[in-house]
Write a protein of this length. Structure first.
Length: 433
């Protein structure tokens, strides 16, 4: 006999499964993979609910499949939201812990009365989770490790306490509530930007977690006329799905915006973002009556590096140059890649009269050292042009033009010195050294 009211849920979650499978095809990420696994188990849970078998072996077997599918979905949700993949780091001990957790649930479904198997399951959970967190303690923050270990150990001790009180059946609700609550906490911790999608997903996880203790409370109080409708029980799963999809969409929009405003090779702001920040800097400088500067850094001889060693080495030089410049530039200032081998630095709120000049000298010293790329030690130098607001100009165009002109003047002087040195006699070269 079939429970036809479950069919709409099956169709909805099958469609959701297809959506996450499509996401995984285009975005092969660990997080999406675990999401797909979680919704697969939710679909299995509803599939088991499709068949109506009251009691007996097959009825209990279906109830076990349905419950364990929810357990596995909760575990997958936790791993999707965690920064460290414990299944990848310690697959054996994670499998032992998950098996012990599901064994406890299965024992309760089959109404096993002996306490010993429950104690064994709880003990294995406590031991495996302790060893697991000891092995991965150096791979994540102490705060993260303490929360994960203490919450998992709390669940094992709670299940053991329920066995002691001969209330093993309540362990089913405690386990499901713990799984979805921890998944919600992990989801919230995993995202620095608390977007609408994150908030909706976390609300869904907390609501799913609350369903089980509320149902347990109703059973304890024995209120026959008060029950939680199946639609209410399943609603949090749809809220979770909406939240996850919203989060994914928000991430993709943010990633697209980042790519539109940043250089793909170095990760620095590109010319478009540079122009916006330059205008903002000048507006702030005019409002606060402070000095600001534009520094243009152009690598000398970069074309020869590309021609001799190839574009892969040239890309490595550009990445290393960006890293070196980033060490000198303040966080409040802007370092951008404004051209092929050209970088621009925006310096705001200059307090010292020679502040911009001092920064230019530091940048020059940083780039005078050779750069190691693919076992090659390449001599790199740069020509730096500088323009200060309001001394050298009061608009973005005038400052950029002045900085470019200064940079080319320095480049011509450098080239002239190199040409003079190359035509000098050996004795002159020796004396100059």
């Amino acid at each position: 006999m079939l429970r036809y009211s479950t069919i709409p849920y099956l169709i909805a979650f099958a469609a959701l499964e297809f959506v996450f499978w499509s996401m995984l095809r285009h975005h092969a990420r660990r997080q999406v993979n675990y999401w797909l696994i979680a919704w697969t188990f939710v679909l299995l849970h509803f599939t088991a609910h499709l068949f109506v078998l009251s009691g007996g072996f097959w009825g209990t077997a279906l109830a076990t499949i349905s419950l364990l599918a929810l357990d596995m979905a909760g575990i997958a949700f936790i791993h999707a939201a965690s920064r460290l993949d414990l299944f990848a780091e310690q697959p054996v001990w994670m499998t032992v812990w998950a098996t012990a957790l599901m064994a406890y649930s299965a024992l309760a479904v089959w109404d096993v009365e002996r306490a010993f198997p429950y104690y064994v399951a709880a003990a294995v959970m406590a031991a495996s989770i302790s060893l697991l967190h000891f092995l991965v303690r150096t791979k994540r923050s102490a705060r993260d490790n303490v929360f994960s270990f203490s919450s998992a150990l709390f669940l094992a001790l709670l299940l053991a306490a329920l066995v002691y009180r001969n209330q093993m059946g309540y362990g089913i609700d405690a386990t499901l509530s713990w799984l979805y609550l921890v998944a919600g906490i992990r989801y919230w911790q995993n995202f620095e930007r608390k977007t609408t999608g994150v908030a909706v997903a976390v609300f869904g996880f907390v609501a799913a977690s609350a369903i089980f203790p509320v149902g347990l409370l109703i059973r304890i109080m024995y209120v026959p006329h008060l029950t939680i409708d199946a639609t209410v029980r399943d609603l949090p799963k749809f809220i979770i799905a909406i939240g996850i999809l919203l989060t994914f969409l928000e991430e993709e929009i943010g990633r697209t915006e980042h790519l539109a405003l940043h250089d793909a090779l170095t990760g620095l702001p590109n010319r478009r973002l540079l122009e916006d920040r330059l205008n903002n800097m000048l507006e702030r400088a005019e409002r606060n009556r402070t000095r600001a500067a534009v520094l243009v850094v152009d690598l000398d001889g970069f074309k020869q590096i590309n021609d001799l060693h190839g574009h892969a080495v040239g890309d490595g030089v550009l990445r290393e140059t960006a890293l070196r410049l980033g060490k000198v530039v303040r966080r409040a200032d802007t370092l951008a890649r404004s051209g092929g081998d050209e970088f621009t630095v925006l310096v705001s709120d200059i307090l010292q009269p020679d502040g911009a000049k001092i920064l230019a000298e530091k940048l020059q010293l940083e780039l005078d050292r050779s750069i190691a790329v693919r076992h090659l030690h390449l001599p790199v130098s740069a020509s730096i042009g500088m323009a200060v607001y309001p001394d050298d100009g009061e608009t973005a165009d005038s400052l950029c033009a002045r900085a470019d002109a200064e940079m080319y003047r320095v480049k011509r002087q450098t080239k002239s010195r190199i040409e003079t040195a190359s035509t000098a006699s050996p004795s002159v070269l020796l004396s100059s050294q």
